[in-house]
Design a protein around this ligand. Structure first.
Ligand code: AMP
Ligand code: FES
Ligand code: ZN
Ligand code: ZN
Length: 318
């Protein structure tokens, strides 16, 4: 098979586009898809300070590499969740990548701050680890972006993640989630950092191929606590359909953004936000979900904020 662009021998075949690329033109194709996503949703500009949330997996490491290669200013944020060997390996992988490229990386470790990992906190809190983890990750990402003065936080969610989430939300008619769903979130709500997903046009297969071609080491293991996650089942179902009809996943997701979403009332949400009585972050209740969760587990919610403020002071100007 030959590269559609230069006719040299191809390294990869993208079935849904019926296109083959050599290494050089595949990388160019990925850059093109990411630039298209950034421009279409006005995610950020070259002079914005971007904080990339990097887990150590292929997607977020590929995203960080792509943004830097395209000339954007992007620092990394890794949240060490204290999930035994998996978190240790994740942290080391992210550190190694940052050091090899001389990039700035902020690490916030739950275990160092509380002496407990996500599993133990979830147990104290009588919630599932994934639910606890989701609240903690979202809180830390926003807090770090706001306190450390980044304009935007970027995550590595890809086409497979987004189409699986969409399928789940449709199957359960989660109307509020369908209304809010977008590759760019909270762009104008005070107290929240803008959140963007520049890889929404790129599949999981393509991010792993990108890492292999660019020799980026990433951790292959999934979080040991998410093995049964429903989203993995939805991904599997979409992959079965995609095998028979290449392009369905893209049509499903892009179709929702372009044609379907409008039916889920695009008007501005009229939600009144207060400042959390404990930490000051915006919330719809008196106390935010994170502070409620930590208080229930008998843990001091402000410890993370104090750590991030110290981190800021230790850098001076970012
Ligand atoms: P997940 O929720 O595990 O599917 O991850 C989605 C995205 O969230 C990843 O692509 C990362 O951008 C970000 N993320 C997940 N886990 C972490 C972590 N431990 N530290 C920093 N960012 C993370
Ligand atoms: Fe959060 Fe696994 S990554 S529970
Ligand atoms: Zn080529
Ligand atoms: Zn709070």
């Amino acid at each position: 098979m030959h590269c559609t662009k230069c006719h040299n021998e191809a390294s990869i075949y993208i079935r849904r586009h019926n296109t083959a690329f050599c290494k050089e033109h595949f990388i160019e194709y990925i850059y093109g898809q990411v630039e298209k996503a950034i421009k279409k949703y006005k995610m950020f500009e070259k002079n914005d300070q971007i904080l990339v949330a990097v887990s150590g997996g292929k997607d977020s490491l590929a995203l960080w590499d792509i943004l830097i290669s395209l000339g954007y200013k992007a620092d990394g944020l890794h949240i060490d969740l204290g999930i035994s060997e998996y978190s240790e390996k994740s942290k080391e992988t992210v550190k190694k990548f940052a050091e090899s490229k001389n990039l700035k990386l902020h690490i916030i470790s739950i275990k160092d701050l509380y002496g407990l990992g996500i599993k133990e906190i979830a147990h104290k809190n009588r919630k599932t680890p994934c639910a606890t983890c989701g609240v903690i990750k979202r809180y830390i990402m926003n807090l770090a972006a706001m306190e450390l003065k980044y304009n935007v936080i970027a995550t590595g969610h890809n086409l497979d993640d987004e189409s699986a989430t969409l399928l789940g939300n449709i199957l359960h008619w989660q109307i509020d989630y369908l209304k809010a769903h977008s590759p760019i979130l909270l762009e104008d709500e005070v107290g929240f950092a803008r959140k963007v997903k520049p890889l929404y046009r790129v599949s999981e297969y393509e991010t792993s191929a990108y890492c292999i071609m660019k020799k980026i080491e990433y951790i292959i293991d999934e979080c040991p606590m998410s093995i049964d996650a429903q989203s993995l089942k939805y991904k599997e179902i979409l992959n079965i359909i995609e095998r028979d009809s290449p392009g369905t996943k893209e049509q499903f997701y892009f179709g929702f953004l372009e044609k379907g979403k409008i039916y889920f009332s695009p008007e501005k949400r009229d939600i009144k936000l207060n400042n959390c009585k404990i930490c000051g972050q915006p919330t719809t209740s008196e106390i935010c979900g994170f502070c409620r969760q930590m208080t229930k587990a008998n843990l001091e919610p402000l410890r993370i904020k104090e750590f991030v403020i110290k981190l800021k002071d230790s850098y001076g100007q970012i």
